[in-house]
Design a protein. Sequence first.
Length: 401
Amino acid sequence: MIDAVLPTYNRAPLSFDRGEGAWAIAADGTRYLDLGAGIAVNALGHAHPELVQALTEQAGRIWHVSNLYQIPQQQALADRLVAATFADTVFVTNSGTEAAELAIKMVRKYWDHAGDPERIEIVTFEGAFHGRSTGAIAAAGSAKMTGGYGPLMPGFVQVPWGDADALRAAVSDRTAAIMVEPIQGEGGIRALDDAMMRLLDELRQTTGCLLVFDEVQCGMGRTGRLFAHEWSGVTPDIMMVAKGIGGGFPLGAVLATERTAAPMTAGSHGSTYGGNPLACAVGCKVLDIIADPDFLAEVNRKAGLFRQRLEGLVDGHPDVFEAVRGQGLMLGLKCRVPPADVVRAGYAEHLLTVPAADNTLRLLPPLTISDDEIAEAVARLDRAAARVTAEAGRSGDRAAS
Ligand SMILES: *Cc1c(COP(=O)(O)O)cnc(C)c1O
């Protein structure tokens, strides 16, 4: 009999009753060190006092107001994002997927408005993840996400990850936009290097195509800058944000330049919940904390410490790990074993990690993780890796006997 919860997830037999900073706590009091943070969502950890205060204060005033009216909290969030980024304007959503949908619509509207409605082709990359809507799965294109859901929305062209020649060949004056995660999350913590970022900029200049960055996972301080593209200096025309921006409350946004967003006039898009006071009160508080240069400096310092320890961990377990990847506190361990095995061994050590594609284990701790917790995380990863090795040895013995 089908479960009352639609069984689209393979869930671990774990549940949590409360959280404190980098710790998720089961009902029996068992404390798990959380290096998944709800997949980069709990950027400020669990139950951050200032976020709890922002949420409960707003909850006692007014939760929801229609976008038929002015929403001061939404205006404040948009003003902050515009002040802190390349963008001139912001649409607030409830999720990353909705942000991806609007980004795609905005690209189409831009070219329609420019008198070139046939220019619909959006170039994306293998291993991409932009969400689970029909548009977002067509954009990502992987068989795993699209299987059985055809016909897919047309207009997407895929190139292999990081392949400059394939990208040059795919982009022409028919290309409406290039849509890319500066660092792939689900794809395996794979970063575009500076040369690729410059190539994106060059192709925009030579063909006029738009650049759409999906910073749903790599944005909001995760890499040690407010947004990951800031490391390269190449700014997008449109950017999707979600996950960390709500600190655990469902919230996302599309940021755009005035030139790109100009055709998006009244009635061209909308959302019932998007930008409601509850979500935006939390989002403003998250942004105030993360955009502080001192906070980002701490993320970078701790990232250096974590990375150094992880290099040592990889050296100590060459049969389990191959290399450290990523930037800031968006880290990955390329594995020589299925990453799900390390995730499972981590559960036994009361450590939460997340698998990704390309045989990579994801480490996305709250940005507020302490030095001591980083040391504890590496100690638990060390013991988890030893478990994986011991289990491989046992199954090897069984195979030999
Ligand atoms: C998670 C994610 C999305 C989708 O966000 P949802 O909030 O799950 O809809 C889109 N893009 C990237 C890069 C993501 O990591």
